[in-house]
Design a protein around this ligand. Structure first.
Ligand code: SF4
Length: 77
């Protein structure tokens, strides 16, 4: 069975650049204030969502493992 991920967007950081939507159009949406939201904060592990997090210019997207909260992105130092 694959991992489950918990995805969050820190809206104090998000600048609405929409790279995350480019990489994962099904994973994120922008609200009317151009703030990104995960479509499904609790999702199966998904390469596109990881690419979206990696692409964010302000690292507003964090991914943790659903079962134990360990970091997926950004990775632990
Ligand atoms: S890539 Fe980052 S800054 Fe741009 S909309 Fe997505 S979360 Fe916001």
């Amino acid at each position: 069975m694959g991992d489950r991920w918990h995805v969050e967007v820190d809206r104090s950081l998000c600048i609405g650049s929409a790279q995350c939507l480019h990489h994962a159009p099904d994973g994120f949406r922008l609200d009317s204030a151009r703030q990104s939201h995960p479509v499904d904060p609790d999702t199966d592990a998904n390469e596109r969502v990881l690419e979206a997090a990696e692409s964010c210019p302000v690292e507003a997207i964090t991914i943790t493992l659903g079962d134990n909260g360990e970091p997926v992105f950004p990775p632990e130092e």
